[in-house]
Design a protein around this ligand. Structure first.
Ligand SMILES: [Zn+2]
Length: 114
């Protein structure tokens, strides 16, 4: 899929026991919530200079869930987590990268369907 498509809103996003994203190319990705919280790209979780992760996964409650979410422009999703963290802006291109590289998620693997 062309990158410019990845920068736009997916067809649908479903919040449940995991996060489900239906992409405009027909693919579907599922993200375990703990892994998604752990993969938060914000400056508080990842060192902006070195790119190294500073978030300790042990600080994440095992029952972490999403309280609410809002679109950031057309390119990203901001997630409000039950642990009070809400500075993570998940660009759709980043979410798709996570889905295409399951090893990037610490726990569980997003499942891709075609
Ligand atoms: Zn963060």
């Amino acid at each position: 899929m062309a990158l410019d498509l990845l920068k736009r809103k997916p067809k649908d996003i479903v919040f449940g026991d995991d996060l489900k994203v239906e992409w405009k190319d027909g693919a579907e990705s599922r993200y375990p919530l703990f892994g998604l919280r752990d993969a938060c790209p914000c400056a508080g979780c990842v060192d902006e200079v070195t790119g190294r992760k500073v978030l300790d996964p042990k600080s994440i409650p095992p029952d972490i869930h999403i309280l609410r979410a809002e679109y950031v422009g057309h390119y990203a999703l901001r997630l409000f987590w039950s642990d009070g963290h809400n500075s993570g802006i998940y660009a759709f291109a980043y979410l798709r990268e996570l889905a295409d590289n399951p090893g990037l998620l610490a726990e569980g693997h997003p499942v891709m369907f075609q």
